[in-house]
Design a protein around this ligand. Structure first.
Ligand SMILES: CC(C)(COP(=O)(O)OP(=O)(O)OC[C@H]1O[C@@H](n2cnc3c(N)ncnc32)[C@H](O)[C@@H]1OP(=O)(O)O)[C@@H](O)C(=O)NCCC(=O)NCCS
Length: 170
């Protein structure tokens, strides 16, 4: 872990840097459709950025993570979706992503969130102990790429819907 990484909540002054970090992180990612920066802006405008944290090194924003509310068809409330999460390419593999994840989950638990879910690569998310949950699905996403973690033992069943802001493309 880069000992200089500090995690804190976003402020108004971070908005431009968060866009830059997000664009840079996803630029070369094959599965990305390059709309992640628009999703963050739309979530913020909808007041749905429940947790939005930046990672800083020497006062420079080098990473960002967002959590927003999701709806679950069985009526379970107080669950959140993770994403996007980004670290500038030159700062990756130094622990910033992990630090953002740990602080994000800690903040969600402090808010009495009941659980969270994320779409992503199994090699990465399994490291955090996240698992595919049979019976909890995100339409259009293969089950092996959809992860969930219950904080309170209740495991919802049904279909998950991320915030409308995830459809933002400009
Ligand atoms: C995914 C991302 C945020 C991870 O950030 P990071 O700062 O590089 O991650 P960390 O250094 O904290 O790594 C945490 C763990 O995951 C592993 N890891 C990091 N990137 C990985 C990858 N692409 N595939 C598999 N494992 C990975 C690390 O080795 C580390 O494991 P360890 O704890 O056993 O050593 C960053 O690589 C990124 O911005 N990628 C582009 C955007 C993206 O894919 N976002 C996620 C999808 S929404």
């Amino acid at each position: 872990m880069n000992p200089k990484v500090a995690i804190r909540s976003e402020t108004d002054a971070d908005v431009g840097a968060i866009t830059e970090v997000t664009v840079a992180a996803f630029r070369t990612l094959e599965v990305s459709n390059r709309t992640e920066q628009f999703i963050i802006i739309a979530l913020r405008a909808a007041r749905a950025l429940t947790v939005s944290l930046v990672a800083e090194v020497d006062g420079r924003v080098i990473g960002h993570i967002a959590f927003s509310p999701v709806a679950i068809s069985d009526g379970t409330r107080n669950w959140y979706g993770l994403g996007p999460v980004s670290v500038l390419p030159e700062y990756q593999r130094q622990g910033a992503g992990k630090a953002l994840m740990q602080e994000g989950l800690s903040r969600l638990k402090d808010m009495n969130a009941r659980g969270f879910c994320v779409v992503g690569h199994p090699d990465y998310y399994r490291k955090f102990g996240f698992r595919n949950v049979p019976g909890l699905v995100l339409e259009g996403v293969p089950q092996e790429f959809f992860f969930a973690l219950s904080f309170d033992g209740h495991v919802p069943r049904g279909s998950v819907t991320f915030h409308d802001a995830f459809k933002a493309n400009e």
